[in-house]
Design a protein around this ligand. Structure first.
Ligand SMILES: NC(=O)C1=CN([C@@H]2O[C@H](COP(=O)(O)OP(=O)(O)OC[C@H]3O[C@@H](n4cnc5c(N)ncnc54)[C@H](O)[C@@H]3O)[C@@H](O)[C@H]2O)[C@@H](O)CC1
Ligand SMILES: Nc1ncnc2c1ncn2[C@@H]1O[C@H](COP(=O)(O)OP(=O)(O)O)[C@@H](O)[C@H]1O
Ligand SMILES: [K+]
Length: 487
């Protein structure tokens, strides 16, 4: 499990650790780690050209001490002192080692962003904002100290301009804002430097499953398994207009290992599901009731269902059962109009994108996008359900638990129908007995991995993602041994 923390949590842990150590020890540890990352990026330190962007706080101190170390190894290190004051000891050490203070960005090979770290608040102020815009435009490797300046370390918000880092060297532990978009997109490769913080860290703010975690959570059939024990999933999806959503959701469920899929819909999607997935047990509905569908261990409702009276009645019927339910797409529009439907004893997992979440909690979509973590948490608390917020980083929020962040995925997944596949994958895992929190996190992980496999750097169609889910599951063992990371 990769874990991440807010700025307040990190600061408290640092204070506790610092109390046990001589003054300045942590900053020297940070500078040593930062120097070694810069040195390996440069290849040859001697004669290289490095520029430090130095702010007024300890983030600038880290940069200056790393600049000192690089200068002692023969690099030509220059620093722009952008703050109203400068870390005095760090500056003295830097100058003593031959570092130079300059006013212009020039033509460095590597830029070290030491403007602000966890002490930052709000959008970057001047002169930092202009300096960052200028430095981003230079053809150089950009290494951010602790956090790319302009990214809120606790939330991932980017209120204005932010450093576009190739590598972020973060101290002690990962910060939440480095995992959550839009901030996460600014991080580049993430290097965590061990400064001894581990024993002082509290429960994490957010966590990300690794392949090994998913491998451990995923049910695998054994000798005693049969299709009922593996989990039967009911799917109420598709409509006369949107037949494909049904096909894709059923496909996701079958490929994710459902023991059996019971599909219920009107004649046109039924015909499509029958043709594509003869494995599914299909019920053609002539009125909006699931009474004749048979027993299931979990339901998925919503993809392509429509939002009229028929769909409303069908979703209400699904929510009136006593099994876990995953609600997606049109079902989310229906419950946003009739929130009372969510009042039930068995668990609910909802899988909105930002627009759907915005309707559910009555907050404009752009605000949800800008502050995804806050709104996923808020929706989970307000609605009393587990929330899987889709997007470039998918979040899984449940009241009182660390938000799970999904680190797999590919931007090629941003194409129609991939969400329908995800609903089937999540539903199959719910039917297999995983909690909504684990089912949502594992589904997002496998869906993202399947997206990467299906795409391999080129466009994919949603059906390809469903087809790649078995390869994703197969690859978990290899990935967990090699510690797979985000691409
Ligand atoms: N506390 C410690 O022991 C350690 C701290 N470390 C470093 O120290 C950093 C935190 O240092 P500080 O608490 O001094 O804070 P920062 O260096 O992150 O910067 C805070 C300063 O920047 C200014 N500022 C805040 N928001 C701004 C904005 N939007 N635009 C422009 N200026 C803004 C404020 O005047 C504030 O004084 C960490 O990120 C890390 O790099 C590391 O050396 C590890 C050890
Ligand atoms: N930029 C992106 N990077 C990675 N994944 C993305 C991106 N945009 C969307 N996705 C993923 O693609 C899927 C799209 O789902 P959704 O919005 O429901 O589309 P649809 O309704 O067409 O199926 C989700 O799993 C989402 O997380
Ligand atoms: K920084």
């Amino acid at each position: 499990m990769r874990t991440a923390y807010t700025a307040d949590q990190i600061r408290a842990a640092e204070l506790a650790l610092m109390a046990t150590l001589p003054e300045g020890t942590l900053m020297q540890r940070a500078a040593a780690g930062l120097t070694s990352v810069c040195a390996s990026l440069l290849g040859r330190v001697y004669g290289s050209r490095v520029l430090l962007l130095v702010g007024r706080g300890d983030n600038g101190g880290d940069a200056l001490y790393a600049g000192e170390r690089l200068a002692r190894r023969g690099a030509r290190v220059e620093a722009i002192l952008a703050g109203s004051k400068t870390h005095a000891e760090g500056l003295a050490a830097f100058l003593e080692a031959g570092g130079r203070v300059v006013e212009e960005v020039g033509a460095p090979e590597l830029v070290v962003d030491g403007l602000v770290g966890i002490g930052a608040s709000g959008a970057l102020r001047e002169p930092y904002a202009s300096l960052v815009a200028e430095a981003n435009a230079v053809d150089a490797l950009m290494v951010a100290v602790d956090v790319p300046s302009g990214v809120d370390s606790s939330t991932g918000r980017v209120a204005g301009v932010a450093v576009d880092a190739h590598v972020t060297v973060t101290m002690g532990a990962c910060k939440t804002g480095l995992l959550v978009d839009p901030g996460a997109a600014k991080v580049g490769l993430l290097e965590v430097i061990d400064i001894g913080l581990g024993p002082y860290l509290p429960d994490p703010d957010v966590a990300a499953l690794t392949a090994e975690d998913v491998e451990g959570l995923l049910p695998r059939p054994g000798a005693e398994s049969d299709k009922y024990r593996r989990g039967v999933i009911g799917i109420a999806a598709g409509s006369d207009r949107y037949t494909g959503a049904a096909v894709l959701s059923v496909g996701g469920a079958l490929r994710a290992g459902a023991g059996m899929v019971r599909y219920a819909g009107t004649a046109p999607p039924v015909q499509q599901v029958r043709a594509r997935w003869p494995e599914a047990v299909v019920t053609e509905l002539d009125h909006p009731s699931i009474a004749g569908v048979g027993r299931v261990q979990a339901w998925v409702a919503g993809p392509g269902l429509g939002t009229g009276d028929w769909a409303h009645e069908l979703v209400a019927g699904v929510l009136a059962t006593d099994v876990p339910v995953l609600l997606d797409a049109d079902a989310l529009t229906i419950v946003s109009r009739d929130r009372g439907l969510l009042r039930r004893a068995a668990p609910v997992l909802i899988t909105p994108h930002a627009g759907e979440l915005s309707r559910l909690i009555g907050v404009p979509g752009d605000r949800v996008e800008a502050s995804r973590l806050e709104h996923a948490r808020r929706a989970a608390a307000e609605l009393g359900v587990t929330v899987l917020l889709k997007g470039s980083t998918t979040l899984i929020a449940e009241d009182e638990r660390p938000v799970r962040v999904n680190l797999t995925g590919s931007s090629w997944l941003a194409t129609g129908g991939t969400g329908d596949v995800l609903s089937g994958v999540g539903g199959a895992l719910l039917a297999a007995g995983l909690t909504p929190y684990d089912a949502g996190s594992c589904a997002a992980f496998l869906h993202g991995l399947a997206g990467r496999i299906a795409s391999d750097g080129a466009p994919l169609a949603a059906a390809d993602v469903a087809d790649a889910v078995p390869s994703a599951i197969r690859s978990l063992r290899g990935e967990s041994r090699s510690g797979g990371r985000r691409s």
